[in-house]
Design a binder for this molecule. Sequence first.
Ligand code: 8OZ
Length: 366
Amino acid sequence: MSSAKLFDSYKLGPLTLPNRVVMAPLTRNRALEGQVPNPLAAEYYGQRASAGLLITEASQVSQQGQGYQDTPGIFSPAQVAGWRKVTDEVHKRGGRIFIQLWHVGRISHTDLQPGHGAPVAPSAIPAKTKTFVGGKFTDVSAPRALELSEIPGIVDSFRKAAANAIAAGFDGVEIHGANGYLLDQFAKDGANKRTDAYGGSIENRAKLMLEVTEAVVKEIGAERTGIRISPVTPANDVSDSNPQPLFDHIVDKLNALKLVYIHVIEGSTGGPRDYAPFDYASLRKRFKGAYIANNAYTYDLATEVLAADAADLIAFGKPYISNPDLVERLKKGAPLNEPDKATFYGGGAKGYTDYPTLGSAVEPAE
Ligand code: 8OZ
């Protein structure tokens, strides 16, 4: 039995997490009807309730915010009712759960947009990447630049989604400020060429992310609001010429808003941790709330980073797809099930709710 800090409790705002293990948000594309979470989602998240904190898959705050088929939303009454089943099941099993609030910006396709319009972005620059729509991978559609007059509507869609999240029984929300989606597109100068109050300087580019965060904080409280950022990731063709001062500024402002956590993807999302030089300790130092570290963490690295006080909580992604009882497995040093890539995105129970726990007789899905 391990005595690592990973299994110590942690006070996150009003919540007491029984351990420092967080389930990272994981896109699963199983919301097959009306962008309502799949009926199996309650079981899927419920199986993982022993995590210190669960963070749901990214969930669009509006139709315009959707970029891939069959991702769930949190803007319609049916979606709220669908999520309520998830939060009830997780709470029944003693867990805690935040929902990740998402606007994809230019990472979308006209087939998913209201009136088949162009996806929206800070600037009319297409990303060189693909999305999944109509059952296949396809190039994202050319975006149009958001009008200045549309910005308050974007902020309000996040605010409403946060209110919906609380109505659905979530313990809090995580704003998706990472991975080349709308808020990251505005922040980074590779995607943002605006010449108005939302472009140019670091302050201007950070403005949308911070306005969204402030609106969510006002709606549901800072102690229930976290954010995910990815300072150097190349995900979804996003880049910045000088990410350190940009994210130092963002984190200073998030600290002033008294956010409950920052969730930091260190390095390239799902890729090398040392993708580009960046001083994550600088963010840690600036932020008084919890620091959730993410990207390619193993038990050993998690233990080392917590011991060095370089993070408070560790988010595990892929290991959580295939190990519903990840906390117990890490504690016992038990082997982990390997995740099956073929069932990551789309489908039903296979590769979703059928991964075995320790002691269950069934073998992992092939
Ligand atoms: C994988 C596939 C589609 C979307 C992210 C929401 O990277 C995602 C995502 C991941 O944050």
